[in-house]
Design a protein around this ligand. Structure first.
Ligand SMILES: [Zn+2]
Ligand SMILES: [Zn+2]
Length: 264
């Protein structure tokens, strides 16, 4: 069994619960410790039963609750060295015993759950994406990246489930009220994926075994759930992939648990 559940998604906070028969982890902790524990309880999970917390990168929308949660539940925290360095005082108070390091490209094993990590281009220190495997089931979690490199494309093959960033609609971003430097940052090679870029990537990685796609980390300012869904589903249909029949495409909710995926 491989289960994923989005607890929150977007620039106001990100966290994903991942479970197998023998392992339970959290990826990112971008909500307060209290809200994370509450979101876990809402989906029938228990913060006290988590085996580990993995951090994708140091940005606050992925780390702000990490320290409180880890200390309260004595939770080992895994991050790359650059993430530990950049997170600074966010994670400074964590005792040494809870600090674990991995390098982008490493595989981390928690009982029957294998977590493959790979580097992503994003304006953070040492950011990573994840492929989660249990037995022959596999799902990827890739948000906060400015572009999909050929290397990432290679990591995202033969998946049952894909959680991918669909951050912004390019027209909404460029016609919107953000200042020019911020528009450039978001749309740049180390910013965030647009709906079109997510669609382009999906047309290349969806295989006959892919059943679930979750669109994540949508911008509140420069995207709409319906627009992301319409843009991406119509691109998939043009590519001969029929959402709804062969594949379930959903948008992760911003503030509450959503998009539970279960591969039994
Ligand atoms: Zn983020
Ligand atoms: Zn980020």
């Amino acid at each position: 069994m491989l289960e994923l559940c989005m607890l929150a998604s977007g620039s106001s906070g990100n966290a994903v619960y991942v479970a197998t028969e023998k392992a339970r982890i959290l990826i990112d902790a971008g909500l307060s410790g209290k809200r994370l524990a509450k979101a876990l309880a809402e989906i029938g999970a228990d913060a006290a039963a988590l085996d580990a917390l993995l951090l994708s990168h140091d940005h606050l929308d992925h780390t702000c609750g990490a320290s409180v949660l880890a200390k309260r539940y004595h939770l080992p925290v895994y991050a790359t060295q650059p993430t530990w360095n950049a997170a600074g005082k966010q994670l400074d108070s964590l005792p040494t015993v809870l600090r674990h390091f991995f390098a982008a490209g490493d595989k981390i094993v928690f009982a029957d759950l294998e977590v493959e990590t790979f580097p992503v281009p994003h304006d953070a220190a040492g950011p990573v994406g994840f492929v989660l495997r249990q037995g022959d089931r596999a799902a990827a979690l890739v948000t906060d990246l400015g572009c999909v490199t050929p290397y990432i494309m290679g990591c995202l093959q033969n998946l049952d489930g894909i959680v991918i960033e669909a951050n912004h609609d390019e027209k909404m971003l460029f016609n919107g009220r953000y200042p020019w430097p911020l528009k450039k940052r978001i749309s740049g090679k180390t910013g965030h994926l647009s709906n079109d870029m997510a669609a382009e990537c999906l047309t290349k990685i969806i295989s006959p075994r892919t059943k679930q796609v979750v669109l994540a980390h949508l911008s509140a300012e420069n995207n709409l759930p319906s627009l992301a869904l319409d843009t991406i589903c119509s691109r998939l249909e043009t590519a001969g992939i029929t959402p709804g029949r062969q594949i379930n495409v959903r948008v992760a909710a911003r503030h509450e648990p959503s998009c539970r995926i279960l591969f039994a």
